[in-house]
Design a binder for this molecule. Structure first.
Ligand SMILES: Nc1nc2c(ncn2[C@@H]2O[C@H](COP(=O)(O)OP(=O)(O)O)[C@@H](O)[C@H]2O)c(=O)[nH]1
Ligand SMILES: [Mg+2]
Length: 336
């Protein structure tokens, strides 16, 4: 064989090799982009070759690009028996003006008895076909905790209910968060919010930021504060805290226990645009993703006498993070 022919064959082999490597890399990248659905059936997800890649948090410089529309946001919603609520939830999401290619969605379905998973999979499948969002992940995790929907606000059920919800949020967070800059916790039954909500809330550039959640009474249409987990400690409430047993857990909005706190809801139209708060609700809550990565989870045992989202607020403060609420940025829970 002439040396020219040998060089030609060598060059051809080199180009073929490069093409194969390129396809492997692009396929890995596509799989990582994750337009796929994972189920979490009480078993660990194994790392496969498909998910093996290096992502440097230093090179993304998460804190340097928080307020740009190039930031990536993960919207997380825990779900339980909400098949009838999903269509409106997805319709509202579709109206967000934040670029969809920078929005990931994550769901965790628990102990469902009403076909929530089937409805969710149908909604998600049509979104995947349209290639609308950056990534969509669906997980299922059952706790064998069944409660009549109408009994969910009974005082006696609160600690158990909130512990399960805390576990659900943690499982969802640990499973869905990858490289995003922000996490928006959004309950499925938050039915009215501005389409610019992500841009608006991110622009405050706070570690933890709660919108003010109101609702209407069904029969009278009277508006009132829904989420009392967005609270501010007072002199009196701090005094009460010093009298409690170490493992005693407080919950808001029950006449069985008066906590003496002030609520974000009551500061609406007070003239302040942004206030520091102590406890947070998870109905509509923006969190800098690094707060979660630094250790901010939803406690199932009391942190400063609080669990779940209020416990997260307390924990974030103890971690030195800024925890704020927006008195005049009102979103609405479905009528009650
Ligand atoms: N995965 C999961 N989601 C839950 C559970 N309980 C409630 N949810 C969801 O968590 C969010 C808040 O629950 P909800 O009952 O509306 O709380 P409330 O409005 O504060 O009474 C909603 O999106 C529910 O569908 C649970 O045990 N597991
Ligand atoms: Mg609700």
């Amino acid at each position: 064989m002439s040396s020219r022919a040998a060089k030609f064959i060598l060059a051809l082999a080199f180009i073929t090799g490069l093409t194969v490597v390129f396809y492997i890399i692009s396929d890995t990248f596509h799989t990582y982009r994750g337009r796929q659905i994972a189920h979490l059936h009480d078993c660990p997800i194994n790392a496969t070759q498909d998910t093996f890649f290096l992502h440097s948090f230093d090179s993304t410089a998460t804190s340097a690009k928080p307020s740009t529309s190039k930031a990536n946001v993960l919207i997380l919603t825990p779900l339980k028996d909400v098949s009838t609520k999903l269509p409106l939830y997805f319709e509202k999401l579709s109206q967000l003006t934040f670029p969809k290619e920078h929005i990931s969605l994550g769901f965790l379905v628990t102990d469902t008895t009403d076909g929530t998973i089937d409805v969710l999979m149908k909604e998600v499948s049509s979104l995947l076909n349209n290639g609308t969002y950056r990534k969509i992940s669906v997980f299922e995790k059952n706790f064998q905790y069944f409660l009549q929907h109408g009994s969910r606000h009974k005082f006696s059920e609160q600690v158990r209910r909130r512990q399960i919800l805390a576990k659900s949020r943690n499982h969802l967070l640990f499973s869905a968060l990858t490289d995003e800059d922000w996490v928006l916790w959004l309950d499925v039954d938050i039915v009215t919010y501005p389409s610019t909500m992500l841009e608006d809330m991110i622009s405050y550039d706070k570690d933890v930021l709660a919108a003010n959640v109101f609702t209407h009474e069904k029969s009278t249409n009277i508006e009132f504060v829904y989420d009392r987990n967005n609270f501010i400690e007072t002199w009196e409430s701090r005094k009460l805290l010093t009298t409690l047993d170490e493992d005693q857990i407080l919950v808001e909005g029950y006449e069985e226990i008066s906590t003496h706190r002030n609520y974000l809801g009551d500061l609406r139209d007070s003239g302040s645009d942004l206030v520091e708060i102590d406890g947070v609700g998870g109905a509509c809550l923006l969190v800098r993703a690094d707060v979660h990565r630094d250790g901010g989870i939803f406690p199932t045992i009391p942190i400063a006498h609080q669990i779940e989202t209020e416990g997260f607020g307390k924990l974030a403060k103890k971690m030195g993070k800024g925890v704020y609420g927006l008195p005049n940025y009102v979103v609405y829970h479905e009528d009650v």
